[in-house]
Write a protein that binds this ligand. Structure first.
Ligand code: CA
Length: 232
């Protein structure tokens, strides 16, 4: 049992917390701990060292974003934010503060379980490939040393900027990266015009990575928020 990943559920709404706990218990795949407040969340995170934190953004004593920045001061544990649909700005702020992914309320149990599995898969992949200079994801490989990107064994001809974009996405595989994060990584600035350019570069990059309509889709668009390289 003890090798089952520990999930910290931070949620002040008792009914939602019960729903999440029941859903996770039913799988018999996880151990669980819970917190109702931000203060308790930070304490549980530090003492229990969960594999993943599920974090409601609207907490009674502090904003969920504050919990993220406190935890990020000493830990890179994956944090999946749970927030209402109307809170896009809050999601962006949470992602920019260091959250890995988000779920929008109301969400289905299947969606929740898929996000947790995806996060754990990413963790496993990152641990296994930490020293590897070649990123492999399905048919896509990126050799960071030589700067060569191949798809199904064929070298892709990327512009320097597209290559940088691919590298940022690959190094953060599985994480949702906001427009602000990406433009800062690529251009060192976050002007509105950069975000417009980012859309254009992303569209041409996507065509190169997905040459046929039924090719696997590596880059997922999060409308109004950003992009994610999916771990296939
Ligand atoms: Ca709440």
């Amino acid at each position: 049992m003890s090798d089952h990943p520990l999930i910290l559920v931070v949620e002040d709404d008792g009914a939602v917390q019960d729903l999440i706990v029941t859903a996770l218990e039913t799988t018999h795949s996880y151990r669980l701990c819970t917190a109702d407040t931000g203060t308790q969340a930070v304490i549980e995170a530090a003492t229990q060292r969960p594999a993943v934190m599920l974090l409601d953004l609207g907490l009674p004593d502090m904003d969920g974003v504050e919990v993220i920045s406190k935890v990020r001061a000493w830990s890179d544990m994956p944090i999946i934010v749970i927030s209402a649909r109307s809170q896009d700005d809050d999601k962006i702020e949470a992602l920019d503060t260091g959250a890995d992914d988000y779920l929008t309320k109301p969400f289905s149990v299947d969606e929740l379980l898929a996000r947790i599995r995806g996060t754990l898969r990413r963790l496993h992949y990152i641990k296994a490939s930490a020293q590897d200079p070649v990123f492999v994801n399905g048919d896509l490989t990126v050799d960071y040393n030589s700067g060569i990107v191949t798809l199904s064994g064929k070298e892709l001809h990327l512009t320097p900027l597209e290559y940088r974009l691919v590298c940022v996405l690959c190094r953060n595989v599985g994480r949702v990266l906001t427009h602000t994060y990406l433009t800062r990584e690529i251009w060192g600035s976050t002007l509105d015009s950069d975000i417009a350019s980012l859309r254009v570069f992303m569209a041409t990059l996507r065509k190169k990575l997905q040459p046929l309509p039924d090719s696997p889709q590596f880059i997922q668009t999060h409308v109004g928020i950003g992009y994610r390289m999916i771990k296939l």
